[in-house]
Design a protein around this ligand. Structure first.
Ligand code: FES
Length: 107
C-alpha cells in the first residue's frame, strides 16, 4: 500500500480541491462538508481534469470538457449513468493529507 502525500490540511479548506500526481496517474482530492474524498482526476470520457470541474451543492463534479458528471462521495456516474470512476481512501495524519493506493495505483 502506497501512501501519497497530497498537501497540508490547511491548504485544502472546505470546498477546495487539490490534485496530486502519482506515477502516470492524477488524483483529485475534494473537501466537502467536512469530509475528504479522492477520485481519479482523469475523466473516463476523453481525459478532462475532474479536479478543475464544477462542484455542485448536491455533491457532484462536472467535467469541464463535455459535462460528464460524477458523485464525489463514490465516483458513480450521474450523467451518463453506469460509469464508475476510481475512488481512493484518504488519511489525515499530523495535519497532512494522504491518499492510499495499492501497488497497481488503485484502492
Ligand atoms: S472529457 Fe470529461 S466529459 Fe469529455
Amino acid at each position: 500500500m502506497a501512501r501519497v502525500r497530497v498537501c497540508a490540511l490547511k491548504d485544502l479548506p472546505e470546498g477546495g480541491v487539490q490534485i496530486v500526481r502519482h506515477g502516470g496517474d492524477y488524483i483529485a482530492v475534494f473537501h466537502r462538508e467536512g469530509k475528504l474524498y479522492a477520485l481519479d482526476d482523469t475523466c473516463p470520457h476523453m481525459g478532462g481534469s475532474l479536479g478543475t470541474g464544477y462542484v455542485s451543492k448536491e455533491g457532484t463534479v462536472t467535467c469541464p470538457w463535455h459535462g460528464w458528471e460524477f458523485r464525489i462521495c463514490d465516483g458513480e456516474g450521474v450523467w451518463p449513468q453506469g460509469i464508475q470512476i476510481r475512488t481512493f481512501s484518504v488519511l489525515v495524519e499530523e495535519g497532512e493529507v494522504f491518499v492510499l493506493l495499492d501497488e497497481k495505483g488503485t484502492n
